[in-house]
Every structure is written in C-alpha cells, then in structure tokens.
Design a protein around this ligand. Sequence first.
Ligand code: ANZ
Length: 939
Amino acid sequence: MKYNFNDIEAKWQKYWAENQTFKAENNSEKPKYYVLDMFPYPSGAGLHVGHPLGYIASDIYARYKRHKGFNVLHPQGYDSFGLPAEQYAIQTGQHPAITTKENIATYRRQLDQIGFSFDWSREVRTSDPKYYKWTQWVFIQLFESWFNYDSSKAEDISELVKVFASEGNTNVNAACDDDVEVFTAEVWNGLSSVEQQNILLQYRLTYLAETEVNWCPALGTVLANDEIVNGVSERGGHPVVRKKMTQWSMRISAYAERLLQGLDNIDWTDSLKESQRNWIGKSVGASAVFNVNGHDETIEVFTTRPDTIFGVSFMTLAPEHDLVSKITTPEQKAEVEAYIEATSKRSERDRMSDVKTISGVFTGAYAEHPFTKEPIQIWIGDYVLASYGTGAVMAVPCGDQRDYDFAKHFDIEIPNIFEGVDISEEAFADKDKTIIANSDFINGMNYKKATKRVIYELEQIGQGQGKTNYRLRDAVFSRQRYWGEPFPVYYVNGLPQMIDVKHLPIELPEVEKYLPTETGEPPLGNATVWAWCTETNSVVDNEKINHTSVFPLELNTMPGWAGSSQYFNRYMDPNNDDAIFSKEAIDYWQQVDLYIGGSEHATGHLLYSRFWQKFMFDKGYVNHDEFAKKLINQGMILGTSAFAYRVEGENKFLSKGLIGDSKVQPIHADVSFVNSSDELDIEAFKNWRTEFKDAQFVLEDGLYKVGRDVEKMSKSKYNVVNPDNICEDYGADSLRLYEMFLGPLEQYKPWNTAGITGVHGFLKKLWKLYVPFMDGSLSGAEVKPSKDSLKTLHKTIKKVEEDIENFSFNTSVSTFMIAVNELTAQKCTSRDILEPLLVLISPYAPHIAEELWSALGNEGSISTASFPEFDESHLVESSKNYPISFNGKMRFTMELPLDMSKEDIETAVLANEKTQDQLQGRTPKKVIVVPGKIVNIVG
Ligand code: ANZ
C-alpha cells in the first residue's frame, strides 16, 4: 500500500469541487467565522512558493474553525485591474482583459493544486463589470456625502444644501477645501445652480480639484504617495515629479481622527498600527498669522511650538506656496524662479528624508512679528513641504534643527530664548525642561504654560488659534490609465455629474491604443464610443456630443485600491445584482474575523479600506466601523539565490572555491540549474544565457560550484521555486506542512527545497500507521486503545489546539511528528486513537487526512468531523516507576500505583524478589520511602 499522493490529492480536490464542500451558507444555526486572505493580483509569472504562505495559514485556521463547529466564510478572488496587464497591452496590443483571464486561469489551477478550502462560488474579480458596478456605486455614495465635524461622521449632501439655504455656511463645521468662502443663506439662494454645484464640490467626500500630484512621465500616470519608494515609482523604478493637475480626490483626511482612534479597538499587529499612526501623523499646536509688509496677504503657519514665537528670526515658505510669486521682489525673481524649477524635480519623500542638503532663496520680502512687530525675512526652502500644515513655517533656529542649519548656512541671526541653554549644533533644548527667556510676556514660564499663553494672546489679536494637524493627505483617486474602473461621471459645462445608479455599470470602452492620446489625454481619450446620452441613458458615439443631451464622459480611471476597499463586504453576497450586499448578508457575517496578508499594505490598502468602511458605517450600510477584527501579517519566504563568478573583463567563470583574490562579478544562475550540492549544470546555464555560450568554466574537483545567498524570492533574482514542481514531486500536503514548518508565520525565512523530505517522510510514516486498515491485515475485533496511545493522542490534541489558537503553526508540525513516532513505537492500531488524529492533521494536510478517513470506513468529507475533545485525565499519571536504591545506589525500578501508602510501598518493595537478591538474607536497618519519588534501603 503505497502513499500515492498525486492520485489522492487529485481525487479529493475533485471531490471538494463537485460537492461544494466549502460552500458557506449565509444563514446557519452555527456560529459564523470569516477568514480572509488578501486577494492576489494575477501576474503573468504565476505563483511561487512564497505566495501561498499566508493562504496556507489562513486555510489551516478556516479548516480548524469548521471542525470546531463554525460556519466558515473563506473566499478568494482576484485584484485584477492593474498596471502589468496594461503595460503588456501597450507592448503587444493584446487586450488586458485577455491577459488577465489567462493569468487568472493559471492562478486558479495553482491554488486548486494546493488544496485550499475556498468557497469558489463567491469569487470576485475587480475587473468584472458585475463587480465594479459596486465600486462605482460606492464612489457615487461618497460624492453624495460630506463630513460633519460636529457629528464626526459622513452625512448626506442634501442635508448640507438645506443648511446653506436656511442659514448659509457660517455655522457649518465641515471637512472642506481650505479656501471656502463664507456666505449667508441669501447669497446661497441667489447663486446659479452651477455656482452652487461648484461650492458643493468643495465639501463632497470625493471631489474634483486641482492638486499637486506625483506625476510619473514614464508610466504616464499619477501615483499615490505609497506607490513611490525612495523617490521613484514602486513599479519600474521610474522618476516621479510634482505637477498640478485636476484630479478626483478622496477626503480621507476628514477621517484622520477616527482612523487614529479606531486603531485602539482592533487586534492588529503593533507594527502595523504604528505605521498607520505615523502615516496619519497627528500634531497638536497652533496656527499663527503673520502680516506681510507692504502686502495685503498674510502668511499662516502651523507650529507645534507656539512657546518659541519670540525666537523666530525668519520664515520659510515651501517653494510651491501661492504667495511666493506675489511677494518676491524684482531683484530676487530670477533666483527664486530657478529654485522653484529645481525643487519641482524632487519628490516630497526625497525632500523629507534629505536632511543634509541645505538650500533656499531669500524672496526679498519681510513679514511682521505678531507681537514685537519686528520685520522678519521671508525665505523659500525645500525642507518646507507644500502639502503639510500651511506650507509655511515660522523658523526658530534655537528650537528646530532644520531651522538652525538653515540659519547657519545663510548666516541668519540665531536668537536664544531658553534660559541657561547654550545653543549649538548638538544641543537642542529639551522642551519639557527649559524655562523661556527673552520672550516678553512668557518669560520665566515653562513650555506648557507658555504655549497656552501664546495661543491666548494670538487669539486676542486675531492672529492665531490652537490647531491640530494631521499628516494624512487626501488621496488622489484618478489614474491616467486604461485598465481600471471607469468613473460613472460625465461633464456638463465642466461640472461633473453622476450617472444614476440604476444605469451602472458603466463599462470600459474599447480603444485602439492603450497609450495616452496625442493631446496628452488618458487612454480613454482614444475611445470613440465614450459619451453619455441623458435621453437614452446609455454610452454613445463621441460624435453625438452636443452638450445639451449628450456629454463627454470622464477619461480617467480609478486607482488600484478602489476595487480592494470593499471586496471583503462584497464576498458576503457576491452575486447580488441589486445591492452591494443584502442586509441579511451583512447582518449575518458582520465583519472579517481574521485577515491575513502582507505588511506592505499598511498605509495603502489597509488604510483606504478602513476609510471606506467607516464611511459605509456612517451611511448605515455596515454594522462595524472597522472591517477586520484581527489581522496578522505573514512574513516573507526568501529565496536562496545562486551565483556563478565571472572574472571581471574576461569570458571566464571560476568555481566558488577558486576565487581567492581574483576580481569577480557574481552573476545570478537560475536555481533550477543547480543541484542540492551546489553544483551548476553548465550546459543549462550556457543555453539560458547565450552570451556566455563560449565562456570557459574553471572547475574544482571536476565540478563547477556556485555561491549562495539569501534574497527576497523573486523572478528577477532567478531564485523562485515553483509550487507546481513541489506538488508534483512531494504532494500538496508536503508543501503545506513544509511552508508551516519553516518557522513562525510572521517571520522572514529562507526556502530550502532539500528540507521538504523531512515532512514528506513524516507523511509516509503517518500513512503506514493506517496500512493495517487498508490491506485487510487487521483482525476483525476493534483494538482498545492503550494508555500510552491515549496519552499521546491527548497531549497532541492539547498542543495542536493551543498552537492553532496562537497561530503557531510551525510547532504543530513537530508535535505531529512526535505523535506519529510514538504511535508507531506503540504499534497502535486503535481506531479510537487513529481517527481523531486524522482530524487534528486534516487542517494541515487535508488530502491524506481525507483518504485515510475514508479508509477507516467513514462516509463524506473529514471537514465536517468535530475537533477531538481534550481529556486531561489521560495525561495524569496513575503510577510511578520507582527507582529502588540500596545504600544510595540505584539497582532496579518498580512500577507502583501513585496513591499507595508509605507502608504499602515498603511492604511491596521488600516482598520483591530482586530486593531479596540484593539483601541476601540480611535485614535492612532502615527503609526510606519518599512517595512519588524514591525508595532507599539502608543496611
Ligand atoms: C516653530 C518651531 C519651533 C517648530 C521649534 C518646531 C520646533 P510635526 O510635529 O511634524 O507636526 N513645520 C510646519 N509645517 C511644515 C511644513 N509644511 N514643512 C516642514 N516643516 C513644517 O512638525 C510641526 C513643526 O514642523 C512645526 O513647528 C514647524 O516648525 C514645522 F522649536 O514651528 B515648528
């Protein structure tokens, strides 16, 4: 009876699919449990063994919860809009939908092969019109809403219109654009509809505005801050510049405080919460207004240190600040303009992280100190960011390092306002310890008191107030790409209009080319049928545009994160065409109980999703304002790269041991050309990199040995291991066990295929335990379990249950190994032991568990079996193997009940034949009995 894993796995995968074993019901007597994975982007390269790590962990948990009696929702889908398919379309002309479909087929085959217990009847694809209809729907809901700071929630825009009509906007405490003008009800009622629409746009939760964006010329699109890494695009590493463009934005900043507070109520990893806290970046301080000499304009600054206001010796504006062009004197104009041009090439991140380069230009203008009325030079400098605070700072060289460096560099005065502190490059005053000096009405005060007083005084003269600032920016929501969700928006006189929900989805149009148009419009500008007819309520030919009944449609598409911001809710009711999900579905599933995914989404997907969820909560569509109760980040599986060493400047490779002092250049060799002894298949390498076809390979001991290094597993490092091959050679159960065995889930760990033989050998051993049930060698009568076997089983139940509850899957695998070794040694053939053992193992190695489960004569899938109950009594020892000593020397052992009295132990020991042998007729002087420990016979 061989363990024929390939056949077994195929058989059970087919069984699960045909019987819809893992289909979750939206209504059940059982308690619910929702286990979610971050859905994959289906790339052309398919999965490598690093990808399924988190999926295996969540699958174990989902299967475990089913054994524990839960109705488990464990769905999967595809985040299928995105750049790679579009880049491929640009190069080959192939429609991204086709590429996407093919890639999804590959992913599905690979996922099925690993034996995941997904409910595929709930699959979603973000690029499917049936799905993105609801992404468009959420967009419209956001457009129809504004954020009321008084109630701290999103409300219907129609409510705001009512307030405007009855009392204007003076009492409205809303999240809105900075430059909203104050108006009365009379003014509002006298405005034209277009004017009113323009004002409302300043309040809506998604709005159209001219914003400074990160423009990536190579990709031809705008990128979000989290899509830029080290100043270049995350995808492709292209340069990114700042540019002003009219874009859709999401007013996520309105939710800054709630996004921050909400972190306290969710069980997410500390590191992830910390990244979100930093990203939200709450600062408490004040705004202060400085008049500009000779101008009507004022400069408002945000400061966290109002107490340092008498230490201000200059002001710095961000080069992009609106005032710069107005206040710069003619003499300084050329220099200022050149500087602005130079900064536009640097990304915000660069500017923030670069603390070494000090640069700036004097504008020639002066501000007036709000209290001393002294003139203060106004500079521009790129260390001040346009998008933070007010884009202007009051510079205090004695309190702030960057201001200090700037003052030093440009030889600006450095006044000292801290008593007894020697201001220098190294020493900055600790704000909580110093006393203020040289500062008029706050002299002698500490930081706290001085801050309060300055804010009060600023308020008195109408030049400032207390203020809380958040680093979190509104999120740009337009992309100049083809392969994304179209906006349900058309334009009348330049004003955006939403298409009525009942006409959704607005499907992506066909285009000839996936590139921007010659006039620089996004790819949808190439579509010829892309206009909205308000009479037929349909998309019509562009030629029909008449601006009376037929209007142009939006040319941008939505960003990658649109489709992933509500997918977890859509899974609850994915085939509903009438609503994003039904009330019954959301009432039953509530929220995600466990979410497993990568930490790289900390400030992207995971923040945007929390924002949309809070919005959906405000609107009453969902019952929780956090979408995922618990979140775990899986670590990464690293690849073991292989290198061949080419002598610099020569067409010659040295085997690793021969390098010595030679100057060599390491060149990646695909790991599939290297065996487990690090020997390179030279022919395969040469065929792969034909430029080395004629290279000379200098061998050691007749072999070419490669060097090894651990790096991120990636196609570009030629160190990927394909799960298909592993499943073929060892089976999916071995793959699953091995991925877990590698180490703690959240850690980074290197892959080593050679190690898989260990877990594979374990599965074969497990199989052997059940062979007597399959080959008929087991005699008819049921075997009663031995005490030892019961003990093995119950300690395994206890450990595995604890492990799974703690997401410590690696330690379970070793527990199974110990259990199987013990049961093998005990020659266990008891069904009472072997049957529950299968249930314990089934979340980890479901195929073999199913096969053996049915070999034991069970009907149906093991997935419905209950998790074995742990019984403490099997672990309690009832007897003790006493060491029996004579004059302190241990001679033999004796098994005696633990509840035996001292006297009875003594009698039993003395009666033993071996004792008589030792005593040879002598009478012992003394018998020392320590119950439960030892017996010592003296004499
Ligand atoms: C005066 C001052 C004195 C400041 C002092 C600091 C120390 P956080 O905590 O990050 O919110 N600032 C304000 N807007 C800025 C911008 N757009 N770009 C760069 N820096 C900006 O930092 C707030 C502080 O950073 C503010 O407080 C301001 O400098 C500066 F002893 O004002 B401070």
